[in-house]
Design a protein around this ligand. Structure first.
Ligand code: NAP
Ligand code: MG
Length: 416
């Protein structure tokens, strides 16, 4: 009688343990977004995370409607929360243009949320492709991922430009705080044309450099940096000099100890070397180069939907997201009731990246293990031949193209 009772209690404890969800200490900053990715967002949480993790988040709705209702204050609040807690996960969001202002009856053409968040965290964006067996890089020699480190401040993204109406002289004018004026002629126009002014600041370049060196050390991968300093002898050269100075002063010894190298080269040379390489390094790029090269790298490795993206601030705050947008074309089909096969992998990896980082910061090995497990289940599902349409088109075996929901359910089954 007594023994039966013990067995029963013991059985209950085992069951309760099995059902106990993984515990979190600090909330993640959750930034919800727009359109198709907003739909995926809710499904990923419901099917892949909440059944296993006692999910703690501080929720910010960055959907365009709510950004407009709060006059974009919610974006600022979410960035402040990221500074406070240290780890955020963000869904793709619409950057409004004239057509969106009409579609959503917006009060204003709000700025890009990513731009606002990047400016507040002053970070570097690291983007790396997610590799799966069966999808081959266009470049045959690439064996390991190439991570792009993109400076997230200034240059052409903060430019001032104008059309020159006709003959005249364009100049750069700098008025110092003490009133000293410095002028430089840009061009004597004899007819109409265009002119543009760009800037960057030493402090932001320096924090970009620190983020890159630290990230290289954390991944134990070589760091490449490239600009066009032979042509841009002041502007681009400044980037090169700041990187070199910071490397020599702060990281040289640690790099040598880790057996990794820092390597600067001209961007044209870098492009040629990247294409001939085996991969497995970090390529630091200025803002525009990073924008363009990350799309090139993602596409050449397979798909933009298979690219992770994390913003790392110089003081160690992390914001994880997918590299792609809100997949508007699929969303309009979804609204018409049609089935969509949108790839959720990059968004799943945004969540796993954030959960893993939270686990590391809060010393929660179970949370880290869960992130690993969810990533593995996702890749195993694809490698078993079950995937969304975009990947099925690239696949070299027998593939079953399923809709997003069925794909997520297949992953959930694997984890359970
Ligand atoms: P997009 O959402 O990345 O989609 C462009 C095309 O790429 C899609 O039409 C689709 O091609 C394919 N694609 C992208 N992600 C996919 C996925 N997960 N699964 C399957 N196919 C995928 O870019 P967009 O159409 O230029 O921009 C849409 C909205 O997203 C815009 O309002 C823009 O402001 C915003 N955006 C946000 C972010 C961000 O928040 N980080 C980044 C970029 C753009 P097919 O239609 O051929 O299947
Ligand atoms: Mg881009």
């Amino acid at each position: 009688m007594m023994k039966g009772m013990y067995d029963f209690v013991f059985e209950m404890i085992i069951q309760a343990k099995a059902m106990a969800k993984i515990h979190m200490k600090t909330p993640l900053v959750e930034m919800d977004g727009d359109e198709m990715t907003r739909i995926l967002w809710a499904d990923i949480k419901k099917l892949l995370i909440e059944p296993f993790v006692d999910l703690k988040t501080e929720y910010y709705d960055l959907g365009l409607k709510h950004r407009d209702e709060t006059r974009d204050q919610v974006t600022i609040d979410s960035a402040l929360a990221t500074k406070k807690y240290g780890v955020a996960v963000k869904c793709a969001t619409i950057t409004p243009n004239a057509q969106r202002v009409e579609e959503y009856h917006l009060h204003e053409m709000w700025k890009s949320p990513n731009g606002t968040i990047r400016a507040m965290l002053d970070g570097t964006v690291f983007r790396a492709p997610i590799l799966v067996k069966g999808v081959h890089p266009t470049v045959r020699t690439w064996e390991k991922p190439i991570t792009i480190a993109r400076h997230a401040y200034g240059d052409v993204y903060r430019n001032v430009e104008m059309a020159v109406p006709g003959p005249g002289t364009a100049e750069l004018v700098f008025t110092g705080a003490d009133g000293t004026v410095t002028r430089k002629k840009i061009f004597d126009f004899t007819s109409g044309g265009i002119v543009q002014g760009m800037h960057n600041v030493d402090a932001s370049i320096a924090s970009f450099a620190h983020s890159c060196f630290r990230y290289a050390l954390s991944l134990k991968q070589d760091l490449w940096f490239s600009t066009k300093d032979t042509i841009s002898k002041v502007y681009d050269h400044r980037f090169k000099d700041i990187f070199q100075e910071i490397y020599d002063q702060n990281y040289k010894a640690a790099f040598e100890e880790a057996g990794i190298t820092y390597f600067y080269t001209l961007i044209d040379d870098a492009v040629a070397r990247v294409v001939r390489s085996k991969g497995g390094f970090i390529w630091a790029c200025k803002n525009y180069d990073g924008d363009v090269m990350s799309d090139m790298i993602a596409t050449a490795f397979g798909s933009l939907a298979m690219m992770t993206s994390v913003l790392v601030s110089p003081d160690g705050k992390f914001e994880y997201e997918a590299a792609h947008g809100t997949v508007t074309r699929h969303y309009y089909r979804y609204l018409k009731g049609e089935e969509t096969s949108t790839n959720p992998v990059a968004t799943i990896f945004a969540w796993t990246g954030a959960l893993r980082k939270r686990g590391e910061m809060d010393e929660l090995p179970e949370l880290i293990a869960f992130a690993d497990k969810l990533e593995k289940a996702t890749l195993d599902t694809i490698e078993s031949g079950v995937m969304t349409k975009d990947l099925a088109l690239l696949w070299d075996g027998e593939a079953t193209a399923v809709n997003s929901r069925a794909f997520l359910e297949a992953i959930a089954e694997r984890i359970a």
